[in-house]
Design a binder for this molecule. Structure first.
Ligand SMILES: Nc1ncnc2c1ncn2[C@@H]1O[C@H](COP(=O)(O)OP(=O)(O)OP(=O)(O)O)[C@@H](O)[C@H]1O
Ligand SMILES: [Mg+2]
Length: 245
């Protein structure tokens, strides 16, 4: 089980300061989201949790230990699904298990279970080019999920999808998370998506990124997107981002 922490993190790429004294804590099992303007360092922060990027100052911790590199306990899902076009859905999804030396029989069982979970049952033999955008993203989530990670790190997973598909995918993501004990960290440009899904939202300012506010949401799910509570928090985030209606 892994509590995730960025403590007093700053990050520079050469002379460009991207993150300035960021603090983020996410408890195991929480659903957290990050919103903020383009270029404020959201992906950089997420990549630190994935062990793909390292702080210039401060500490990135998982379960109290410094993050040294990628781990199958913390799986990263890219905006672009990054499936191998020459491999079928089941081979794409099963690759991590194969590399981990899991037997073929167990692989088939686990791949089927996870395809069922993301509503791709029966699409084992399809190639990515034969799938819709939403289905590709489901396959990418399945590929992460099949490793049974404690943490899912999602970088704008639905950014390329149409509005209607996004709504469906948001409910599917909640179903994957509910009762799983997994920690979710989602980057999104869509304020309503964050409000619909998250227990807490880190609102970041423009580069160099800082966390200007952490908003806690304790509404039960499924949430009503038309509630007063939703509207009040939407307004609050818009004003923090300087997007006053
Ligand atoms: N490996 C790198 N080398 C140099 N600069 C980088 C690198 N990675 C990111 N940057 C810079 O850091 C800044 C923040 O990038 P990042 O991708 O974290 O932003 P973001 O908040 O995810 O933006 P977006 O919402 O557009 O995805 C950008 O100015 C980017 O050019
Ligand atoms: Mg990004």
């Amino acid at each position: 089980m892994q509590r995730l922490e960025l403590r007093n993190i700053s990050k520079n790429f050469g002379s460009l300061q991207v993150l300035s004294d960021i603090d983020i804590t996410i408890e195991q099992g929480e659903f957290a989201a990050i919103v903020g303007p383009s270029g404020c360092g959201k992906s950089t922060a997420l990549r630190m949790f994935a062990g793909l990027e390292f702080p210039s100052q401060g500490e990135a911790l998982a379960g109290g230990k410094a993050i040294q590199g990628p781990s199958p306990e913390r799986m990263f899902i890219f905006q672009e699904h990054a499936l191998y076009p020459w491999s079928t859905v089941e081979d794409n999804v099963g690759l991590g298990l194969e590399l981990a030396g899991v037997s073929k029989a167990e692989r088939i069982e686990r791949v089927n279970a996870v395809l069922d979970k993301v509503n791709l049952a029966g699409f084992n033999k399809y190639y990515p080019a034969q799938l819709s955008g939403g289905m590709k993203q489901r396959a990418a989530i399945a590929r992460a999920l099949v490793m049974d990670p404690d943490v899912l790190l999602l970088d704008e997973p639905y950014g390329a999808l149409d509005a209607l598909t996004r709504l469906t995918m948001q409910n599917e993501l909640l179903n994957i998370w509910a009762g799983s004990g997994k920690t979710m960290l989602l980057i999104t440009h869509d304020i309503d998506e964050a409000l619909y899904l998250a227990d807490k939202i880190f609102v970041m300012s423009a580069r160099p990124g800082q966390v200007v506010e952490t908003i806690r949401l304790d509404q039960p799910r499924p949430r009503n997107r038309n509630s007063e509570y939703f509207a009040a928090n939407r307004q609050k985030i818009m004003s923090l981002l300087g997007l006053e209606a």
